[in-house]
Ligand binder design. Structure first.
Ligand code: BGC
Length: 722
């Protein structure tokens, strides 16, 4: 049911108006050729008055300051007054880990680090602040959260995922959606979310961005669809479609996925937008449409509501022709435009389309920094700590003198990754002046004299790949990993860490001092050749604005690390195996007819993460509640000498099933903070559905039988009798 406002608009709109509403163009199209920020009046008039576009997105080249946003959005708003119905423009942006297209916004760890925190509340809070700063910029639609499941570590957007586990992606994605949307989209605190990229984007067979995926439907439904189901339930308003193809069918052309599964099965009622230029690519790239016009027909009939064209109006023109020729029905247009106008209405755009002073007041509050710091702290994952190398000594024993080296030591982009003030994130001049590199934070902590460092901001600088050869020091901290990248420019052919960095580490080991590796990276680059000789390894992911401080705090024990890996850290590029693999995945026949299970042997397993304290589980018990409810309780105690947090994870194992079961599946998690000696009972509620899987008829079922429920080394078995 459409609201009276939306219905009355629809009744009055022409086909041209409707096709315009369904068109989204990038901001370049309304700006002066030689300026990143100056609006070209005639181009703007063409977009809005003549072409009647419904939506604009993006920045040109880099983040804007608030006055620039005011000026651009103000002019856009102004010109809508010249259109017959003054329909406001829906502006969309990528605030992926903070409002990164507004200068001085607060940046949070990328999802991969948030996944390590195992703290849904933290994800929600980061999304709330991102919503506040996005809306304060005048923008009410955010193309986030990413719900792609990170099961292909080569993929350049791995850092945007919450990791390899389907359940975590769904839970954290839902938390983000609640953070973005709140209870009321009209509120100056909220923005519309956009779950993306539906579906199967994260699993290209080659590992390269936007290349084909081959995912049998049983796996699509088992591994990749559930986060979207959860997100629909959490109330996400919009969805963006995967640019790629699955089993030879581009998702933008799949009425099965876009209409049957998304609308009829999942019951999604919101707006479906394409990804960048993806309709014409049905013709130019995927070759399922013989002309650009046929591409429009296929995509709109499949269920697309809005086309991110984004550089021209061809889509609009073809769509008008197709409706007039009877190739696309006007009902389909009404359905799409009904959704677009409904969202505009929900966002309060009809009532107050202009600048919202109350929203502006929410930009850049001092407390955000503290919250970004807390998020970065909680993401820190200590992979190795031989002989308690970390934490480094503090006041009583005196601080050590540090040799700090490596390309990530004095570099902002590797701390932030993609979508950070520019798309690729590697233009330091656009970062807030106050953002610290690891070197800055270390010098702040220890003083200039205690830190020897020759690293430079420029990732490729030769200085970053050699050790300074003078001075006395006690310990070497090597900051390694990856420079920032986004999408296809981040595609790689080899998961192995850059050979220059391997060599640098090997050189560092020759110093005979303890060597600590700090990894700033968006995906798990293989470190096998240098792992064994490292005294300690801290995985920092892309911790962003406050990341340097969180790293230094962790090195010195001011933050006790509690993050755990949201993916299996591979040891070999030819052995990419998720934790929830099948039993037969590890089978080995070293000699003819001699079989054994070699086991899952990554460099570090999923869920791995050390602490400066120790924890003990005890007393795992299960009680049966009403119907199929299970109440699982476990006691966890801090048995060490430091306060700290522990991620408690509950796994299940299905003994036998009609489809080969995974060796284990994560079913619940909770992060608890415990002081020294403190203990707590952690309770998890679960039902039969939590033990389900997709069967050969593509139905979700829980088959009767025996299951193990596991926390740490504790196991309890239950029987489900159906
Ligand atoms: C990306 C999307 C993004 C869109 C708009 C595309 O290239 O795949 O994730 O939302 O651009 O910037």
């Amino acid at each position: 049911m459409l609201s009276p406002t939306v219905q009355s608009l629809l009744d009055r709109m022409s086909i041209e108006d409707k096709a315009g509403q369904m068109t989204q163009v990038t901001i370049n199209l309304i700006l002066e050729e030689d300026s990143n920020t100056e609006v070209h009046k005639e181009k703007l008039r063409e977009a809005i008055v003549f072409k009647r576009v419904g939506s604009i997105l993006n920045v040109k080249n880099h983040a804007y300051d608030l006055p620039t946003w005011d000026s651009i959005l103000g002019q856009i708003h102004q010109i809508t007054q010249e259109t017959p119905y003054q329909v406001p423009i829906l502006f969309g942006i990528d605030s992926i880990h903070g409002a990164g297209y507004t200068q001085n916004a607060t940046m949070f760890p990328h999802n991969i680090g948030m996944g390590a925190s195992r703290n849904d509340e933290l994800v929600k809070r980061a999304a709330e602040i991102t919503a506040l700063e996005t809306r304060a910029s005048g923008i009410r639609w955010n193309f986030d959260p990413v719900l792609d499941v990170g099961r292909q570590p080569l993929w350049s957007r791995f850092e945007e995922t919450f990791g390899e586990d389907t359940y975590i992606c769904g839970k954290m994605g839902s938390a983000a959606i609640k953070g973005y949307e709140g209870d009321d989209l009209a509120s100056e605190k909220n923005v519309a979310s956009c779950m993306k990229h539906y579906l199967g984007y994260s699993h290209p067979i080659s590992g390269k961005d936007r290349t084909p995926a081959y995912i049998p439907e049983i796996q699509l439904r088992e591994l990749f669809l559930p986060p979207f189901e959860a997100a629909v339930e959490a109330g996400s308003s919009t969805i963006m479609i995967n640019s790629g193809e699955i089993n030879g069918v581009p998702v933008h052309a799949s009425s099965y996925l876009l209409t049957k599964v998304l609308r009829e099965e999942l019951g999604f009622e919101g707006l479906a937008v394409t990804d960048w230029e993806d309709i014409v690519r049905l013709h130019t790239r995927h070759k399922v449409a013989s002309t650009p016009k046929e591409a429009v027909k296929i995509a709109v009939n499949a269920g697309i509501d809005m086309s991110m064209t984004p550089f021209d109006y061809d889509f609009t023109g073809y769509l008008i022709e197709l409706v007039k020729e009877g190739e696309v029905s006007e009902e389909r247009l009404n359905e799409a435009v009904g959704r677009i106008l409904t969202l505009k209405e929900q966002l309060g755009l009809f009532k107050s389309p202009g600048l919202e002073p109350e929203a502006r007041a929410n930009f850049g509050l001092g407390s955000y920094k503290q919250e970004a710091l807390e998020a970065a702290r909680q993401s820190m994952t200590l992979l190795k700590n031989q002989d308690a190398t970390l934490p480094l000594d503090g006041p009583l024993a005196g601080y050590p003198r540090i040799l700090l080296a490596g390309p990530a030591a004095n570099n902002l982009s590797s701390l932030h990754g993609s979508w950070s003030f520019t798309w690729q994130g590697h233009e330091p001049e656009h970062y807030p002046q106050s953002t610290q590199t690891i070197k800055d934070a270390l010098v702040e902590k220890l003083g200039q004299d205690q830190v020897i460092c020759q690293s430079e901001e420029e990732w490729e600088s030769p200085q970053n790949y050699t050790l300074p050869h003078e001075g006395q020091y006690d310990v070497v901290v090597l900051c390694l990993g990856e420079n920032s990248y986004a999408e296809s420019p981040g595609s790689i052919n080899d998961l192995m860490l850059d050979p220059r960095q391997i060599q640098l580490a090997q050189e560092a080991y020759l110093t005979q001092k303890p060597v600590i590796l700090v990894l700033c990276q968006g995906r798990p680059r293989i470190i096998r050749p240098i792992e064994e000789s490292a005294s300690a390894i801290l995985q920092a992911y892309r911790p962003s604005s406050q990341g340097a401080k969180a790293i230094v705090e962790t090195l010195f024990g001011d933050n006790n690390p509690g993050g755990v890996l949201p993916f299996s850290y591979p040891k070999w590029s030819g052995d990419i195996m998720p934790y929830d693999h099948k039993f037969a995945d590890t089978i080995q026949e070293p000699e003819p007819n001699v079989y054994f299970y070699e086991g899952y042997s990554p460099q570090y397993p999923f869920g791995h993460g050390l602490s400066y304290t120790s924890f003990e589980y005890s007393d795992l018990r299960i009680t049966q509640g009403p119907q199929d409810q299970l109440n699982v309780v476990v006691t966890v105690k801090n048995t060490g000498t430091k306060d700290g947090s522990k991620v408690v994870e509950l796994y299940s194992r299905d003994h036998f099933a009609s489809i080969t079961p995974a060796v284990r599946k994560l079913r619940r998690y909770e992060r608890v903070f415990l002081k020294v000696g403190e203990w707590i009972e952690v309770q998890f509620e679960m039902g039969a559905k939590d033990l389900s899987f997709i069967n050969s008829e593509l139905k979700r079922v829980t088959e009767p039988g025996d299951f193990d429920l596991m926390v740490g080394d504790l196991v309890q078995s239950i029987r489900y009798s159906g």
